[in-house]
Write a protein of this length. Structure first.
Length: 202
């Protein structure tokens, strides 16, 4: 990662490439558990997104990964006894997440293939803010749309979120259905050789 950044020094990328490059860099920092750098890099991408309109479908990488990074940081901050310390509070990180999802919503309005992922991460914000029923509804919508569009990977992401979001009030039948949902998701990830999925389903 550092080597690539070094080679790129002095070379000016177009805005779309800047967005995709920094978004992937932020996700790479997440994989290294460097949440501070991931957060700061995602902030940079969010600034870029605020300056443009979504006019190129291949910038999906940027539009998708910015809310992912913010929400993964937020998840870390909500964990009991977390030792994570970054320069932003959970409230600020969630606000950043919502703003990033606003950008993704604009993208999805033009490119509908992004809608399943938009619904998925909107559901995660609902989950993190205690609106579990609304989160489950978003994930079911994401699953339905991903199935309709034949987007298998997004089906897996939605199935995993549906299955892992448990409640002490769940009946035995519901528990079994959620376990089956997780198993189906993991089978999908294995079959398609999904990369970085462990980050998205943490």
């Amino acid at each position: 990662m550092e080597a690539f950044a070094g080679k790129a020094e002095g070379y000016k990328l177009d805005m779309s490439s800047e967005i995709n490059y920094h978004a992937l860099l932020a996700l790479a920092y997440i994989s290294k558990k460097d949440f501070e750098l991931a957060y700061r890099t995602a902030e940079t991408v969010e600034t870029f997104l605020s300056q443009i309109e979504p006019t190129a479908y291949f910038t999906f990488t940027g539009y998708m990964n910015v809310p992912v990074v913010f929400l993964l940081v937020a998840q870390q901050l909500t964990k009991p006894n977390t030792t994570l310390r970054i320069r932003a509070s959970l409230k600020v990180v969630l606000e950043r997440s919502r703003k990033a999802l606003d950008h993704l919503a604009k993208f999805a309005h033009i490119y509908p293939f992004a809608e399943p992922r938009l619904l998925l991460w909107q559901g995660v914000i609902d989950q993190l803010t205690g609106r579990i029923d609304r989160a489950q509804e978003r994930w079911r919508q994401s699953l339905s749309l991903a199935t309709k569009l034949e987007m298998v990977y997004d089906e897996g992401l939605a199935l995993y979120r549906i299955g892992k979001c448990t409640d002490v009030k769940d009946s035995h039948q519901v528990v079994q259905e959620k376990l089956a949902s997780v198993d189906k998701a993991l089978d999908i990830f294995t079959q398609i050789g999904a990369v970085y999925t462990e980050l998205l389903i943490e």
